[in-house]
Design a protein around this ligand. Sequence first.
Ligand SMILES: C[C@H](O)[C@H](O)[C@H]1CNC2=NC(N)=NC(=O)C2=N1
Length: 96
Amino acid sequence: MSIAELTDAEREALLAANPDWTLSRDGKAIERTFKFGDFNEAWGFMNRVALIAEKHDHHPEWFNVYNRVEITLTTHDADGLSQRDVDMVAAIAALL
Ligand SMILES: C[C@H](O)[C@H](O)[C@H]1CNC2=NC(N)=NC(=O)C2=N1
């Protein structure tokens, strides 16, 4: 099911409100690196994000090494950023 890509103004508002996230080179995704005390904490965070992702039916692209978790959010159905990414940023922020 397709969903609208954010407008330029909406994308700018998302970035302005969430300075820890950066726009990807192609402008179709946002990225953030999270650092935790150890792998146990990183994995616990990933579990909580996974539950949110299932609830939202919106899934992160991510990479983990020990205490570092890199998350990329994009909406494949929009071929770019959408309101679903805005909602995931907010849901992840609420975990921290
Ligand atoms: C069928 C299912 O609703 C879709 O494939 C969902 C699942 N998770 C998704 N996750 C992300 N990041 N983008 C999507 O477009 C997407 N689509």
